[in-house]
Design a protein around this ligand. Structure first.
Ligand SMILES: [Fe+2]
Length: 199
């Protein structure tokens, strides 16, 4: 059961002007594809090969760094494309909104901490809303690491590797994060994950 590269569910230019066609072509068709292909090569003859991707990520962590890095990035990016949508960033569904207020005091504070996580992640990585013990928290992680290996469920992750923003924003990581939160986040999908509570 090989890992796959799911196609985008929107057009390559659908996220403009906040994320360009060129960024999506490189990020999805080259970077994401390379993680999937490399993970599939490393999974050949591995006992993990038939497990769900989330299990491969958890079980390779700390044991097989090359497989972990590529499998985790395959997992992260498959979700990342679903966390974005054209005309995103609008109203947050009620249940999720209430949970964010409970965990952070306000939605604005929750978004601020998420963005701050991305700005302060040194080098490549991700910033997350993660569900742990019934509460939503912000996590920042280096490279391909994600909330799964911290015993949490990723509700929303924003990629802060330079390949995700350098074409459109150069070094302005904060502007990229702000644009994603304000204009691209698919809150319905975040809410779906929150309500399902599964990885
Ligand atoms: Fe990426």
């Amino acid at each position: 059961m090989a890992l796959t590269l799911p196609p985008l569910t929107y057009a390559y230019d659908a996220l403009q002007p906040y994320m360009s066609r060129e960024t999506l072509e490189y990020h999805h068709d080259k970077h994401h594809k390379a993680y999937v292909d490399t993970a599939n090569n490393l999974l050949k003859d591995s006992p993990l090969a038939d497990k769900p991707l989330a299990e491969i990520v958890k079980e390779s962590h700390g044991k097989n760094p090359a497989l972990f890095n590529n499998a985790a990035q395959a997992y992260n990016h498959t979700l990342f494309w679903q966390w974005l949508k054209p005309n995103g960033g609008g109203a947050i569904p009620g249940k999720l909104e209430r949970a964010l207020i409970e965990s952070f005091g306000s939605v604005e504070e929750a978004k601020k901490q998420l963005i701050q996580g991305g700005v302060t992640q040194f080098g490549s990585g991700w910033t997350w809303f993660a569900l742990k013990d019934g509460k939503i928290e912000v996590l920042k992680t280096p490279n391909g690491e994600n909330p799964l290996i911290h015993g949490a469920i990723p509700l929303l992750g924003i990629d802060v590797w330079e390949h995700s923003y350098y074409i459109d924003y150069r070094n302005r990581r904060l502007d990229y994060l702000q644009a994603v939160v304000d204009h691209l986040v698919n809150w319905e999908y975040v809410a779906e994950r929150f309500e399902a509570g599964v990885a």
